[in-house]
Design a binder for this molecule. Structure first.
Ligand SMILES: C[S@@+](CC[C@H](N)C(=O)[O-])C[C@H]1O[C@@H](n2cnc3c(N)ncnc32)[C@H](O)[C@@H]1O
Length: 288
């Protein structure tokens, strides 16, 4: 387990993932009944952008920094509001350049009656996560394999909510491991919302994963993908995507407004682009 998210926090992939996560949580809040957010690969929750790790890669300059400096039409401002309010509130609270990970976004946006489970396998990171969030009685923090947790903790007793699965893709077979864990969890809780993050590094690998999902017999699967540059044989991170199973009503329309704008702001050169399409359901628009 060499991956440390501190090197990548606030990069273009975090922007896409966290903006969509925030929108999904906001949609869940449209109903008064409580829900639960289960984050299987939680990281440490809050990232110091002035740390040695963040300075070393400087990735956040091409992510959250570009976003905060961009001119934002009102419609985009509305869609990004929950996410950016969380970013700003954390910065104001800590009085330094920090960035929220997915657990902090969930903690910030959820209500008193909602609950969270944050899972992290790396012992040191799990300890940091517990240090940051144990003050909040709504959150359970577990040092555990996120794939085991994905299956073990669904359905939550609220029977509403979302599971976010955001692995580092360090292992060669991580696409298959994540797919299998998701299917196991989905079988136990088919009405839950699931957010599955994937990297765009290698076209064939990504396509195999998307086809596998499309053929899994799951009725509603939406995909939002953003590539900031061309995918090359060298295999660097050219983009990322989020699969949303059982997405909130209207999310597809919102992403069709948001992603073209993010594409313009975050692009790094030729080959950039975006997709919002249905891998399954809603008359299936995907061409993967
Ligand atoms: C991409 S980072 C997570 C970032 C976080 N979700 C966010 O958006 O702020 C992936 C995390 O998964 C952890 N990890 C790796 N393998 C894991 C496993 N099998 N179960 C749980 N956590 C794991 C890593 O230590 C790392 O902190």
């Amino acid at each position: 387990m060499n991956y440390r998210h501190a090197y990548h926090a606030g990069n273009f992939a975090d922007v896409l993932k966290h903006a969509i996560l925030a929108l999904c949580i906001e949609h869940l809040k449209a109903k008064a009944t409580p829900f639960r957010v289960i984050d299987t690969h939680a990281g440490i929750g809050v990232y110091d952008l002035q740390s040695e790790a963040a300075q070393k890669t400087g990735e956040w300059h091409d992510g959250i920094e570009r976003l905060t400096k961009a001119d934002m039409p009102a419609a985009i401002g509305g869609l990004l509001a929950p996410y950016l309010q969380c970013v700003d509130a954390l910065k104001a609270f800590k009085r330094r350049h920090v960035y929220p990970g997915s657990p902090e976004i969930a903690r910030y946006l959820t209500r008193a009656e909602d609950r969270m489970i944050f899972v992290e396998k790396h012992p040191q990171d799990a300890k940091k996560l517990a240090d940051v969030f144990s003050f909040d009685g709504r959150a359970k923090i577990l040092e555990l394999d996120g794939y085991v947790a994905a299956k073990a903790y669904v359905p939550p007793k609220e029977r509403r909510g979302l599971v976010i699965i955001d692995p580092p893709y360090e292992e060669r077979d991580e696409f298959s491991t994540m797919f299998a864990a998701f299917v196991d969890a989905y079988r136990k809780w088919p009405t839950g919302m699931y957010l599955l993050w994937y990297p765009v590094k290698n076209r064939e690998e990504t396509k195999r994963f998307l086809v596998q999902l499309a053929e899994a017999g799951i009725p509603k699967i939406l995909r939002g993908e953003l590539r900031v540059k061309a995918v090359t044989e060298l295999g660097g991170l050219a983009g990322s995507g989020l699969i949303i199973v059982n997405p909130p009503w209207k999310l597809a329309d919102e992403l069709r407004v948001l992603l073209p704008w993010l594409d313009g702001v975050l692009q790094q050169g030729e080959g950039h682009g975006w997709n919002v399409d249905w891998l399954a359901g809603e008359s299936q628009s995907s061409s993967v």
